[in-house]
Design a protein around this ligand. Structure first.
Ligand code: SF4
Ligand code: SF4
Length: 245
């Protein structure tokens, strides 16, 4: 049996080569430091900036604290109480209670809407699942409090946050929440709501009229058919009596 070939012995760099390597590495590091020093001090282009220089604009896709919105056109809440967000939330931090109807509001109306920010991981699933532009991520990233209770936001707080964000989008020229999110609000103005109600009433009245007409036609048909059968039986009995005589 032949012995396996020996692995080649690595050539060790020389002592002076090591020193040269160290110098080059230090110079490379210093070049980066000096370049960034110049950018920060002279060009004010810091990667990390202190508060006294203001704050960086937050990216539009930033997933900050969740807010609830209203439809600016109709002035009504965008939420239709479908509970899709509550069901999909992996952290179970959304709690909603709805009533079936509120005059002027399309869909169910959420009387209670709570998000527990102690649990929320800002995963964004609720925002994606929402069929309307009701739920949004905002630019807020600095929410805090002195107790866990301070981070449990009720509907009013969520709406304030949503409204603040919507105001900002409008000021930035991005438009209302439906334009930014690409989702359509289901709410209607009071006039549109009234017109729809009247249309529904008219349709219901037309249906009722059709039903009455159909009932009358059936009655007439039944009377006619009973009249025919009576006439037939009379004729039959007449015929019988003639044959007997
Ligand atoms: S962002 Fe995620 S964790 Fe937070 S409320 Fe929405 S679904 Fe729940
Ligand atoms: S916020 Fe959106 S998903 Fe949640 S209940 Fe309202 S409409 Fe449905």
């Amino acid at each position: 049996m032949t012995a396996p070939p020996k692995a080649p012995i690595p050539v060790k760099p020389s002592y002076w080569h090591d020193i040269w390597d160290a110098i080059v590495t230090i110079l490379k590091g210093m070049a980066v430091t000096i370049k960034n020093f110049g950018r920060v001090v002279f060009l004010r282009q810091a990667t990390t900036i202190t508060k006294k220089w203001g704050s960086r604009p937050i990216a539009l896709r930033y997933r900050g604290t969740i807010g609830l919105t209203i439809d600016r056109r109709t002035g009504k809440e965008n939420c239709i109480g479908c509970l899709a967000c509550e069901r999909i939330c992996p952290d179970h931090c959304i709690h909603i209670e709805t009533i079936d109807e509120k005059p002027g509001h399309k869909g169910k109306y959420p009387v209670v809407f709570i998000i527990d920010n102690n649990l929320c991981s800002l995963c964004g699933l609720c925002v994606e699942a929402c069929p309307t532009p009701a739920l949004i991520h905002t630019e807020l990233w600095q929410i805090g409090g002195y107790s866990h209770k301070d981070l449990v936001f009720d509907k009013q707080r969520l709406m304030e946050i949503g409204e603040w964000q919507q105001e900002r989008w409008i000021r930035m020229g991005l438009g209302t929440v439906d334009k930014v999110t690409g989702k359509k609000s289901m709410q209607m103005t009071d006039e549109e709501w009234q017109a729809e109600e009247e249309k529904k009433k008219a349709a219901a009245a037309a249906r009722a009229q059709r039903a009455v007409a159909a009932r009358q036609q059936t009655q007439v048909r039944t009377q006619r058919s009973s009249g025919h059968s009576e006439a037939k039986s009379e004729a039959a009995s007449d015929e019988k009596s003639t044959t007997e005589t």
